[in-house]
Write a protein of this length. Sequence first.
Length: 608
Amino acid sequence: MDIKAVLKKYYGYDSFREKQEDIINTVLCRQDCLVLMPTGGGKSICYQIPAIVLSGTAVIISPLISLMKDQVESLQANGIEAAALHGGNDFSKDTVIRRKCMNGTLKLLYISPEKLLTEIPVLLKQMNISLFAIDEAHCISQWGHDFRPEYTQLDILHHEFPDVPIMALTATADKITRQDIIKQLQLKEPKTFISSFDRPNLSLTVKRGYDTKEKDSYILNFIKARPLESGIIYCLSRKTTEKVANFLLKNNIRTSIYHAGMSQNDRDKAQLDFQRDDIQVICATIAFGMGIDKSNVRWVIHYNMPKSIESFYQEIGRAGRDGAPAETVLFYSLADVIQLSQFAKESGQKEVNLDKLRRMQEYAESGICRRRILLNYFGEQRDHDCGNCDVCEHPPRRFDGTEYIQMALSAVKRTNETVRTSTVIEILKGIASPTVKKKGYEGMKTFGVGKAISTNDWQDYLLQMLQMGFIEILYDQGNIIKITESGNDVLYGRKRAELCIIDHTAKEAAKTKKKRLHLEIPAISIPGLPETTGVEDKKLFEALRALRRQCAEEEGFPPYIIFSDKVLHSLATIKPTSLEAFGYIQGIGTHKQQKYGRRFVALIQKYV
């Protein structure tokens, strides 16, 4: 079959995204390849279409049962034979799957790396395997951000199946990780494809220096302004996920938690409730996300700063996978920097992880377009600002902060550089804490010199000073502050320095919904009819969403597997009133046109 015909029939699209067609043709030519494509960029189509076209069964190696389940349900909803072998199946289900594998009727078999190794001599040797696709391939590399030891044995594939092409796929991998993936898998002269990492539909916002109460207030206002939209709140610890979730539940927000300390059953239930829109919000550690393909997540909030740009980019990528506008918010504080630096120092790769953290800090502290910083990290340059991040929308204003910086540095110097940030602030504010009294800091010349400035603002200014290189924190010496050579230049008046003005009014901004980029709905041409476009009917969109949920409940699928939000927006804009016109909407394949078309068209006809 022609690959473009397959794309239209099963996925409902007229054209491929960047690099997809080249990747598919490479696999069809039986050549190995490494694919880097951002979350939501369309990686799965790169191996699913070759699997449909080639004879035999494609074996997809995936790290999580929940991820396999999601992919299999999506394929089955599109009319494609797919199944997953894992420990959660019963004997009879496994027997049916094995029979389909051996007679070649199954087009895609999903399997974990552990299960794969045991099935090579038992099942895989009896199958006609069209290709191997290794999803989340960064897990194979010790340099990747989610190293999993069981992946390291996958070099067996080329030994046992020398003529079967291997495709390794990941959303985030720097140069050293890419080289390691190729080496570990022993790929044969692989072609490497790196797609653009630009996700223009995601807005990027950073909120600095919020205390816990201010964060909670902001988040509650944010969610209440988006009552029908699903979102994820990522937290650094299990305790924080539970605290934030309890706060939201008390305020009548449908919320669940997800972290590694929960039982598998509880985690599965939380994820299923979120996928099926039974809850609006999930508060999670980084344990959550790899196993979810939910396309209608409309926002992601980081309650704490992530440890690296790779982790951050993968996590925000879980918003807006359908291409419709989505929002991301990152909270960032000095306490996060200190805690994450301690984690990096105690890791087995101290220098690498500290460097990754510094790059994450640079993003959070930036006074230039945030998207340009992200793209530059992944090797892409842009000669223009994005217009869809907080820096572009509200460029930071600065003032001559030399006097404030000298106050803080003087306090550090007079303690012989032996105190933490909290004690420096106590000295500046004139707070006679037990530590201040014990050390006799009350008699210092700088005691109380900055009492007119709030504690939160001093934390922010110290954070800016750390980012500008005026101070450093010695994480291996109890997090005490040392003044750098550059800081001494400011302290002794050899140079002046600016600080960013702290905008206190911004902390109330979440009470209203951010104006998003307009979702472009392409006009469609139907033979014999004029080109069709229009203005979206919001009430129709909500009615379509209700019908989608009804269909999903009838079939036991999450709603986004029936149709994505973007498809519903297109239907509410173009308003097709015939089954033929319905099939021309981007994202509706032949199978779904025949299966759901009449019900959705009937609803649209009522509104038109």
